[in-house]
Design a protein around this ligand. Sequence first.
Ligand code: PEP
Ligand code: MN
Length: 372
Amino acid sequence: MSRSLQQLSELRQQIDRIDLDLLRLANSRGSLALEIQQLKHERGLPAYAPERESQILEQLMTANAGPLSDDAVEDIFHRLFQHSRFSLKPSNSMATEYQGESKVVSIGSIEIGNGQAVFMGGPCAVESEEQVEQTAQWLSQLGVSILRGGAFKPRTSPHSFQGLGRDGLDMLVRAARRYGLATVSEIMDPRDLDYFIERVDILQIGARNMQNTPLLREVGRSGKPILLKRGFMSTIEELLLAAEYILLEGNPQIVVCERGIRTFETLTRNTLDLACVALVKRLRAFPVIVDLSHSLGRTDIMLPIARAALACGCDGLMIEVHPNPAKARSDGQQTLSFSEMADLISGLQPLLEFLKREKSPSVWNLAEESFA
Ligand code: PEP
Ligand code: MN
């Protein structure tokens, strides 16, 4: 063998030894990550801690003497973090233990994440006093606990109905209070924050704003419960990182909402990702709501999909409901009429009984009312 071939072979042997060392070290790191995961699980702490990951990366960048670039180091470690987070299996499987153990977000007497099934219903957009009034009255009789309704609508076209703004928000809250319901409504502009804080129980961050980080920080500082909807082009990890922006402002009151992601499918508006629900529950990171209306874009398959969502552990369902869906100013095709909503809820009852899950109570504690 020539000298250079021998050298090549020696260098390759060194690489092989280093690879084995790296493998051993990566696995030792994995075992430690598992131990940490187990400890967090026992203490009821969230499995997911991106701020810790940022700290580690910072330390590594400072220590990096090359020839690997900082970007390469970040990429390698990012993958290690990902594998610690998602692929390690604790001996005591968290997947089978989540029910009743996830984080709980409280809104008065309503608890999201305590094992009960919470129903959120209402029109896509608040259109009139009568519309939300009738809807609130009907939903309160069906055991729905949270009235939804957009007053500020994120519409694709600037020529479409944009919502009634602050007046619409007032209508929603008046109707909800009259029938003992809590409220959720989308905030798009931080300049409306004070108005929302004083009136609305849960601030919704819409899919289009999931990565609007200044808005996430603002609602984080508000301390109000947040319904964070998954962006339709966002990964589960990006959803969790968006939630982290809110968390890092000191607000743990976060409920995430799976509302379908964009795929090549056209017969449904989006593709509902139930793996997201199961995975967020497995990580015990946040309570999860499934928005059936925006996921499906149609009403005819809502019952079986609602059953699947509840069976895989979601904490509640969001459904668009309108006194007359055919006349709705937005999203009528995915909106249930009052009687269809009644049928949906009664159709879920046998499954809820089988799962030993109750519907969340609909009566809001009026003593805590803040809206005059
Ligand atoms: C909504 O819930 O009113 C809405 C606009 O949904 P999304 O942000 O999920 O599209
Ligand atoms: Mn809608």
